[in-house]
Design a binder for this molecule. Structure first.
Ligand code: UDP
Length: 331
């Protein structure tokens, strides 16, 4: 007997990661419904999916309980990716960010529970780990969190996502709602915009348009960048694994580690760009108080040992894909 295709709901599915996830699930033969309010997502991200009969979308907010009730009722599984994202966006929209990330997640979890304990994969972030501490570069799921003062907006994001994780664990422990929490480290790829702060698409856009490439601080800070195709592969592996339920996992690529100085040089070279590389002090780049992390690297042993996942896409391949994508958009 032929199995019925899985019905997935992706909140934030018109976003950069959500649209790649939708693509992957459709390729697997599954059904996908997207809800997105287009606050940071874009209809362009899902344009190519609209002709697939297994795909449908709703432009609405996850705060709309009636819509959410209907959509969750029709689904077997929820990927909850809708959130306020991007350092710049969070700093510019602190109130909306807190409301979306906390109330929105509560609505998703509560309805997933009351409508038959539908599995929910909750997207979280490496921001959870917080600020620098001496000698610490690599972060593991059960590491302590160290945060700065409440006057620094950046930390509100870390707190809202931590509350999402607490809520998800509470629904699992008290109500047996099957949840899986995925902490994304810096994720990059086609369709990502630099508008909300993300460094790689910003540098590429600057390099392609001959504008100065803007390094914040001294540029010696480092990050590990994961190609979104690896990210969604890990996410799907986790969502299909029974032993992942009630657990939190880092998703990242520890091999693609680079300083921001080296990243700027690499992108300039790959774009054959004449852009100047400039350094901007943090106080000038951000108003209202800001703290940056020096280094942040994912420990992915937990993910690897459960699912066998290993990231495949190297830095240059990721950058070429993005240069091509952003270049097309500028032409
Ligand atoms: N960054 C930069 N120039 C930019 C945007 C970001 O030098 O135009 C730096 C930023 O200060 C941080 C790193 O690049 O050290 C990664 O920033 P992003 O916002 O992409 O991610 P996150 O800070 O969340 O790791």
């Amino acid at each position: 007997m032929k199995m019925k295709p899985m019905k997935n709901l992706i909140t934030g599915g018109a976003g950069f990661i959500g649209s790649h996830l939708a693509e992957r699930l459709l390729e697997n033969g599954e059904k996908v419904t997207v809800i997105d309010n287009l606050s940071t997502g874009s209809i362009k991200n899902i344009e190519h999916l609209k002709r697939d009969p297994k795909f449908s979308y709703h432009i609405d907010t996850i705060m709309n309980r009636n819509t959410m009730r209907r959509l969750i009722k029709e689904s077997d599984m929820v990927y909850h990716l809708a959130a306020a994202v991007g350092v710049q966006y969070i700093i510019d929209n602190p109130l909306e960010s807190i409301k979306t990330n906390v109330e929105g997640t509560e609505i998703v979890l509560e309805l997933a529970h009351s409508l038959g304990n539908k599995k929910v994969v909750v997207a979280s972030t490496s921001e959870i780990y917080g600020k620098d501490r001496p000698g610490k570069r690599i972060f593991k799921e059960d590491d302590d969190r160290v945060l700065g003062a409440t006057t620094i907006s950046r930390w509100s994001y870390s707190c809202t996502k931590a509350l999402d994780e607490f809520l998800a664990f509470a629904y699992w422990r008290e109500k047996h709602l099957p949840v899986v929490i995925a902490r994304f480290f810096n994720t990059c790829g086609s369709r990502q915009t630099g508008r909300y702060g993300m460094v790689v698409p910003r540098f590429i856009k600057q390099a392609l348009s001959g504008k100065p490439i803007t390094i914040y601080g001294d540029g010696k800070q480092s990050r590990c960048f994961t190609d979104v195709r690896d990210t969604v592969r890990a996410l799907v592996l986790l969502s299909k694994n029974r032993s992942a339920v009630g657990e939190v996992f880092n998703i990242g690529n520890p091999y693609n580690k680079v300083t921001i100085n080296a990243l700027a040089g690499r992108i300039k070279h790959m774009c054959a760009s004449g852009s100047m590389i400039v350094r901007i002090p943090y106080e000038k780049a951000f108003s209202g108080g800001f703290e940056d992390m020096r280094h942040r690297e994912p420990d992915i042993k937990k993910l690897r040992s459960l699912t066998g996942f290993n990231p495949k896409i190297k830095m240059d391949e990721m950058l070429y894909t993005m240069i091509d994508d952003i270049g097309k958009g500028q032409r």
